[in-house]
Design a protein around this ligand. Structure first.
Ligand code: KIV
Length: 258
């Protein structure tokens, strides 16, 4: 098993796992010093391309962004999201994963779904592809508005079974997206692999957020997002200074000229 994955597994019940998204080298490089996992998520479809669904993201887009992120990631585990319609069968999943890993040199793939994808996960793991699972709200297959999961007993039972099936299939961790606190606690306590929450409470073994959201570059209204910075404001300040310097003929100065 990959040493980075071993280190992440050891954190369960000891210290929190930090995971963030990156779609390019410069951001990935900053995150690499602070995160255990860098995820090239298919959220890039909405964040960068303004798509109304992640279903429009394809494998080549994911590969190009992961190649860029790879240049910035030296220490963290680099995970690529397999996009919609690239893992409908065991053979398709293996083909997509092999292509992604070969072309990007990433460490692992992430797939959405629990019990539904257990045979696919098993097949990937058997073929030495490390897999991160993703249950709860799964944007690739959610139609309409996202609604948090695990409110009633049947949803709770399903989520628990999804998590247990993923663990049994050999996934090294599971992203829990928009899951009620009590069931994310129950899932986290009932499996031996780490859970990484997004909108799934502090009860998870780690947390993930979309970096563009937390740094205040991407406008989003999801309740689970906290804005930890205001990069957009800083960019505006720099761009205004540049514009004024150009207009006032202060830039470029002799120092910036040949
Ligand atoms: O696509 C993504 O960025 C994700 C995370 C939000 C978990 O799946």
């Amino acid at each position: 098993m990959n040493n980075k994955i071993k280190k992440i597994l050891k954190k369960k019940n000891k210290s929190k796992i930090v995971c963030l998204t990156a779609y390019s080298k410069n951001i990935a490089e900053i995150i690499d010093d602070h995160a255990d996992i860098v995820l090239v998520g298919d959220s890039l479809g909405s964040v960068l391309y303004n798509y109304d669904t992640t279903r429009k993201v394809n494998l080549n887009m994911m590969i190009e962004h992961t190649k860029s992120a790879r240049m910035g990631v030296k220490k963290s585990l680099l995970v690529i999201d397999l996009p919609y319609n690239t893992y409908r069968s065991k053979s398709e999943a293996l083909k997509s994963s092999k292509k992604a890993i070969k072309e990007t040199k990433c460490d692992a793939v992430k797939v959405e779904g629990g019990t539904r994808v257990k045979e696919i996960v098993k097949h990937l793991v058997k073929n030495r592809i490390p897999v991160l699972g993703h249950i709860g709200v799964t944007p690739q297959t959610t139609k309409g508005k996202f609604r948090s999961k695990g409110k009633n007993e049947s949803e709770k039972r399903k989520l628990l079974k999804d998590a247990q099936d993923l663990e049994q299939s050999g996934a090294f961790g599971i992203v829990l997206e928009c899951i009620y606190s009590d069931i994310s606690k129950q899932i986290t306590n009932s499996i031996n692999i780490p859970t990484i929450g997004i909108g799934a409470s502090v009860n998870c073994d780690g947390q993930v957020l979309v970096t563009d959201d937390l740094i205040g570059l991407n406008e989003t209204k999801f309740r689970f997002v906290k804005k930890f910075g205001n990069v957009k404001k800083n960019i505006k300040v720099a761009i205004t200074k540049y514009k004024n310097s150009v207009k006032q003929k202060k830039f470029p100065s002799k120092k910036n000229s040949y």
